[in-house]
Design a protein around this ligand. Structure first.
Ligand code: FES
Length: 162
């Protein structure tokens, strides 16, 4: 399959520019995977194959990075993936309670919709907004000062999106 069927021309340009920016190809893996995930939501095996066959990035090295960092997705995300910061500041500000509430909400939706439930959640490292903790991303939208009292309202907004 042609690279044009796998990556957009903008993404191909981004990959080439990241490869040119670093002394070794291996050093460019992180930003390249971020670029792929930003555009395509997850990193599929076909993407890894293309990185090796077209751009000369070792499949083994790419897979090592993919499996080491949980921020990279290797499975198709649900409609509204939630990334909740479970780092120290957010935890001190109540993140665990909010995450527990969201998990309960997701379990109820899974009982009703199975794998088609619209939400899923993973804990992620610091989102860089510790002064507004607890923080989470829903899709690519950042939410600050998320509490057990306001989280339902936030999720309802997404649940109503088509
Ligand atoms: S610790 Fe949660 S945003 Fe920094």
């Amino acid at each position: 399959m042609s690279v044009d069927n796998i990556f957009s021309s903008a993404l191909q340009t981004k990959i080439k520019s990241e490869l040119a920016r670093y002394e070794t190809k291996r050093s460019s893996i992180l930003p390249i995977l971020h670029a792929i995930q930003d555009e395509l939501d997850w990193v599929q095996d076909s993407h890894v194959d293309t990185l090796e066959s077209v751009y000369g990035l070792s499949r083994v090295h790419v897979k090592e990075v993919l499996t080491f960092y949980k921020a990279y997705r290797q499975e198709k995300p649900r409609k509204h993936p939630i990334q909740f910061c479970d780092n120290i500041v957010c935890c001190m500000m109540g993140a665990k309670d909010v995450m527990k509430k969201i998990e309960g909400h997701i379990k109820k939706l899974e009982a009703k919709h199975g794998e088609n439930a619209p939400f899923e959640m993973i804990g992620v490292p610091c989102l860089g907004v510790c002064d507004q903790a607890p923080a989470m991303l829903v899709n690519k939208d950042r939410h600050h000062k998320v509490t057990v009292d306001n989280v339902d309202q936030i999720l309802e907004k997404y649940a109503s999106l088509k």
